[in-house]
Design a protein around this ligand. Sequence first.
Ligand code: SF4
Length: 226
Amino acid sequence: MKLEPIIDKILLEESQEKHKRSGLYSPSSFGRCFRYQYWHMLDVPKTNFSDAQALRVMSNGKIIHRWIQNIIKKQYPEAILEEEVTTHDCHTFIDVVLPDRAIEIKTCHPWMFKHMEKGDFILSRDQKPHFLQAVHGAMVTDKDYAQLIYIERQNLLMKEFIIPITGETAWKVDEELATLREIKIKNWLPEPIPRAFEGKECCWGKKNDKFCPYYNKCKGVSNDRQ
Ligand code: SF4
């Protein structure tokens, strides 16, 4: 018996399972291409799927994620894990909610971690999707702070950002929501403009893997899967 092909098969099957969506936007997609967010909100079928290797990396992230959540819960029994929140615009699960803050946990590649240690790194600019998601979580749970905890996958190094919810930080979320609302009300297909990951939102990595699940649909590629 070889376990590796079994795990890959399970990961691929799970990744293609259909989950019923809410018809609302996902805060975990804030800051990304508006066309992607629009199709995702409408539950348009994906045309591009992650390969087994990418799914393993995501599984690694989920394991670390759960580990951190459990540590927080042990230290702070009042912590609520995976708090489900539905608003007029969005449906989301917040990783951890404490009395004064909402927390999002993110795993990252070593090079991203190094980039975050540089003096010119600005969270709200260089990791805008995470920033918006975390601030939105604090806003909808009426907390004073958003906290982002990054864990580097290789050595489990950690970096944490605490973001006070002020008029300035909340405005960035309000601005994103205003655009998303307009798109939904007018029901227009947004321009294909990648906004996140330094413009590499369509394709990613050395092999130029298709990162966006709507790549073929968006670029007019005829085959369904790639
Ligand atoms: S392929 Fe690129 S431009 Fe098209 S929806 Fe995806 S992220 Fe946006």
